[in-house]
Design a protein around this ligand. Structure first.
Ligand SMILES: Nc1ncnc2c1ncn2[C@@H]1O[C@H](COP(=O)(O)OP(=O)(O)OP(=O)(O)O)[C@@H](O)[C@H]1O
Ligand SMILES: [Mg+2]
Length: 463
């Protein structure tokens, strides 16, 4: 295994990890009795961590003095060693602009980093816009040690990922690549899907991308007074790692569907299973106190949701989130004085504090202009790509859901809480027999029952 160390202003250094050296120390200072890899950034502590070779596998363990992530998992303390595989990334985080990235690869490198030019590339469907790169159909990309299965992948600063025999490195709105040789793909596959725990220290559980995030069976609730179904025989399976737009006329039952998932609605019949016990929920109407500042609001929810973390870690997390949601400038603003878009983003930031695997958002884009709306969806798409989370967004913004690349799946609801369609966006054209996704509402308008039945037939056939 080789590691590539990217330090800000100090370029890239390549180090071969040998099996003969079972322990290699990383840091600014040489540690007695250890092999050593020198890191040069001033902001790092003397000892950062150690790479261990044990029974044919490499692991990383930190010394607990600085925030370190291996494949997006934060190392809690020095008792945990994380497995390193082809494509793994170690991120040593000091502050927003002071991070050291270490990528792990099997195979030899060409040692010729070049700027990647999307237009000359035939293998990846990759485009560049003002905010960076967008890779479409990113199914064969190895990122954080796993193959990602996403329709869109938006690499961020410092990200390292592999495709085919190339390694990519994204920095300051540029993408660099180098060519990998002698990569034993057979062995690579074995590593990526190896689920067995053979070594006591924990290592990240490979996430089964096809594991359902939400599954609902025969979910029904009848309103006896109104003689009206609030939800009627809802059968639905949503896999993890999807960004789903929920559409349908006003009063169809979209928010009610969320109430059911949140277990706030008493069911007459049916079962609902959710992956993980934490659900994020951005309600249709904000519930944040208007008299508090943004910072106070975040601190209040952090103290409730991040009990395991100490104050410093909470503050770091708050800073990261406010930055991610473009709210850093408004830390001291009162919630009641925020613009519509800013306050929606704050609703979302609060929900992201404890990184729930499934997040429900009820019209997070209402009242946003096109630009803020795009920014919001971009943030959501990145979240799904990075964390493999599942996000359900109720929206009346057909254009944004259908015409922009962010949304993966559509869920269309008919009156009385019934489902007309759930599936990949591209499949909707065929399903509704339309040429333009903007016509969905027209297609459904007088044919609700027909499409509900069509959906139910499809679901029953799948079972
Ligand atoms: N607490 C409640 N008790 C009884 N009926 C309710 C309740 N809340 C909503 N309803 C009814 O259930 C139906 C679905 O409401 P829901 O809020 O789920 O619609 P929606 O699809 O989210 O609509 P919108 O797009 O306007 O937000 C409506 O007819 C509504 O009047
Ligand atoms: Mg609603």
């Amino acid at each position: 295994m080789q590691i590539l160390i990217f330090e800000p202003h100090r370029g890239c250094k390549k180090v071969l990890l040998k099996k003969e050296t079972p322990k290699i120390n990383l840091g600014k200072t040489v540690r007695d009795g250890y092999e050593h890899i020198q890191l040069n950034s001033d902001f790092l502590p003397d000892y950062v961590g150690i790479i261990i070779y044990h029974e044919g596998k490499f692991y990383f363990r930190n010394y607990g003095k600085i925030n370190i992530f291996v494949d997006n998992k934060r190392l809690e303390d020095s008792s945990v060693a994380m497995r390193l595989v082809h494509g793994s990334m170690i991120k040593i985080q000091y502050s927003e602009n002071k991070n050291v990235y270490i990528g792990c690869i099997e195979g030899e490198l060409d040692n010729k980093w070049k700027v990647f030019k999307p237009e000359t590339n035939e293998v990846l469907d990759i485009q560049k816009d003002k905010k960076g790169y967008v890779i479409r159909n990113a199914n064969d990309i190895i990122f954080h040690g796993r193959k990602i299965n996403a329709r869109y992948f938006l690499p961020k600063d410092g990200d390292i990922f592999m495709h085919d025999n190339r390694i990519f490195y994204s920095m300051k709105n540029n993408l660099f690549f180098d060519v990998l040789k002698n990569t034993n793909l057979q062995q690579q596959k074995k590593i990526v899907i190896n689920k067995q725990k053979q070594y006591q220290p924990q290592h990240p559980q490979p996430i089964n991308k096809r594991r359902p995030a939400i599954s609902m069976e025969h979910v029904t609730r009848y309103d006896k007074k109104k003689k009206w179904y609030r939800l009627k025989d809802v059968n639905l399976t949503i896999n993890s790692g999807r960004l789903v737009a929920i559409m349908g006329v006003s009063g169809a039952g979209k928010s009610t569907l969320f109430d059911a998932i949140l277990k706030r609605l008493k069911l007459d019949e049916g079962t609902i299973k959710i992956d993980g016990d934490e659900l994020g929920h951005v309600p249709q109407f904000s519930v944040l106190r208007k008299g508090n500042t943004v910072q106070e609001t975040m601190e209040f929810y952090a103290s409730k949701k991040l009990k395991k973390y100490n104050k410093e870690e909470r503050m770091q997390k708050i800073d990261d989130l406010l930055d991610k949601l473009n709210l850093s400038l408004f830390k001291q603003s009162l919630v009641g004085r925020l613009s519509g878009g800013q306050s929606r983003r704050l609703d979302i930031a609060v929900q992201l504090l404890n990184e729930p695997r499934v997040i429900l958002m009820d019209e997070p884009d209402s009242g946003l202009d096109i630009k803020s709306c795009r920014e919001l969806y971009e943030i959501l798409a990145r979240l799904v790509a990075d964390k493999n989370s599942t996000i359900l967004v109720i929206t009346h913004n057909t254009h944004m859901a259908c015409k922009y690349p962010y949304i993966d799946d559509l869920l269309f609801m008919a009156s009385q809480g019934r489902i007309c369609f759930y599936g990949q966006k591209e499949d909707a054209l065929n399903y509704f027999n339309i040429n333009d996704l903007d016509d969905i509402y027209n297609a459904v308008e007088n044919n609700q029952d027909y499409f509900v039945e069509k959906y139910n037939n499809l679901v029953n056939r799948r079972v």
